[in-house]
Design a binder for this molecule. Structure first.
Ligand SMILES: [Zn+2]
Length: 215
């Protein structure tokens, strides 16, 4: 049984949310903007077209949308996870990683900032739960090696070529492994260029807004 240890913070630091927003995503409004943004970031990293669509083996869970912004992601994190997802897509593989950062509070509201990723280095041949558990286990070892205090904010994975959504397997993974109210799942499709963020609230899957920041 894997245990997430530093998953929460008793006294979140009091500070205003980052104001250096370079891209912000609103569910069901920003799809086009996100495609352009992701393509630009990948181009910056020397990646033009991402191919390697895999067969979808996941079925979609209906999601509702939330409007309140409380998730901020450093642009370096976006770059790293997009490149990871694009490289894995070339071999028709799913990319998987942790999102680490901090929880802060301001005006009575909590928000998360993702400032780093820890990536899974295993070879995944399919979207299997077994692969995920092995990958998570090796990533927990890597988390132990981080030399700074962090909060595990959530995880990301890719759906190469079959769009960004939460599947039943994803939701099950989220419920078992990431059960704090702030834990988030980012799902990236580097082929169709989609990046969405989800959090289950009670039994409902909610797609949430996020902002990319420069820090
Ligand atoms: Zn998935």
């Amino acid at each position: 049984m894997i245990k997430i240890t530093r998953e929460t913070r008793k006294n979140p630091e009091r500070q205003p949310p980052p104001n250096s927003i370079v891209f912000s995503y609103t569910p069901r409004k920003s799809e086009e903007d996100a495609r352009a943004y992701m393509a630009a970031r990948l181009r910056q990293a020397g990646i033009e077209d991402v191919e390697g669509a895999a067969e979808p083996h996941e079925t979609k869970v209906d999601a509702r949308c939330a409007q309140d912004l409380n998730l901020y992601i450093r642009q370096e994190v976006i770059d790293e996870l997009l490149v990871h997802c694009a490289e894995m897509a070339a071999d028709q593989l799913e990319a998987l990683g942790f999102l680490v950062g901090d929880i802060c509070r301001w005006n009575g509201e909590r928000f998360s900032v993702v400032y780093d990723v820890v990536t899974g280095q295993l070879d995944a041949t399919a979207t299997s739960v077994r692969f995920r558990e092995d990958a998570f286990e090796s990533m927990f070892d890597e988390l132990d090696e981080l030399e700074y205090d962090y909060v595990l904010i959530g995880w990301y994975h890719s759906h190469p070529g079959y769009t960004s959504f939460m599947s039943h397997i994803d939701l099950d993974t989220q419920m078992r492994m990431f059960n704090q109210p702030f834990h988030v799942a980012l799902v990236a499709d580097p082929v169709t260029m989609e990046l969405k963020a989800f959090r289950p609230i009670d039994d409902t899957c909610i797609e949430i807004p996020y902002a990319v920041v420069e820090t």
